[in-house]
Write a protein that binds this ligand. Structure first.
Ligand code: AP5
Ligand code: MG
Length: 210
């Protein structure tokens, strides 16, 4: 299956993408995670993206489209994938169409802005594998290290409250219109993203009809 997860920053795209991808045996491709890894490694692309990501703005379309083209060409994408955080603009969605990607479903995880702020303030992430936890709603087993790779959990730089507000603004002005884009293609599914992680996984699986 070729699936897109849409949703505001902090809506739970990464959390659900990991669970559903495991279940379906397909990879998750997160442009945010790829960019953070490039930043950590100080690559040319990472340096180009730094000022945008830290300000909560979108990285230019040509940079992320290049990332996705390269990633989708890898052999593990042959049986499908979940795109988490791509596309985020209409030109990105058009670029995906022109790559000939036949999407099965686009799932938009719907969470009101007030809840987003609460989720972001308690988020902790694994700097190694990118897994997302929450100090109250979705803690790791010991509350300090990642369940998967035992790495220390950290706070994402762009989770600072003022950056979260700017990311939310960008989401509503630039990314949310993609719901209309995919609704017109008849493949959009809205999933209520308020509830426990397990509840949202059940709703997502049923929206995907798997
Ligand atoms: P990206 O990394 O994609 O960030 P985002 O879209 O802002 O989304 P987040 O990763 O913050 O949230 P999420 O929806 O994955 O939620 P999570 O599961 O972690 O992008 C970062 C930046 O990279 C962008 O700002 C931009 O600069 C750049 N970028 C990336 N892609 C780009 C593109 N295509 N074009 C241009 N620029 C791009 O959950 C959040 C928290 O809530 C966690 O603590 C989690 O444990 C908790 N939680 C999850 N589910 C629940 C639940 N059901 N109940 C309670 N808490 C929950
Ligand atoms: Mg994420």
């Amino acid at each position: 299956m070729k699936i897109i997860f849409l949703g505001a920053p902090g809506a739970g795209k990464g959390t659900q993408a990991d669970i559903i991808a495991d279940r379906l045996g397909i990879p998750t491709i997160s442009t945010g995670a790829i960019i953070r890894e490039a930043l950590k490694n100080g690559t040319e692309m990472g340096l180009k993206a730094k000022k945008f990501i830290e300000a909560g703005e979108l990285v230019p379309d040509d940079v992320v489209i290049g990332i996705i083209k390269e990633r989708l060409a890898k052999s593990d994408c042959q049986n499908g994938f979940i795109l988490d955080g791509f596309p985020r603009t209409v030109p990105q969605a058009e670029a995906l169409d022109s790559m000939g990607v036949a999407l099965d479903k686009v799932v938009s995880i719907e969470v009101p802005d007030e809840k987003i702020v609460e989720r972001m303030s308690g988020r902790r992430v694994c700097a190694k594998c990118g897994a997302s936890y929450h100090i109250a709603f979705n803690p790791s087993k010991d509350g300090k290290t990642c369940d998967k790779c035992s790495e220390e959990l950290t706070v994402r730089k762009d989770d600072a409250p003022e950056v979260v507000l700017s990311r939310l603004e960008v989401y509503h002005s630039t990314t949310e219109p993609l719901k209309d884009y995919y609704s017109l293609k008849g493949i959009l599914k809205l999933v209520d993203g308020v509830g426990s992680v397990d509840e949202i996984s059940c709703r997502t699986l049923s929206a995907l009809e798997v």
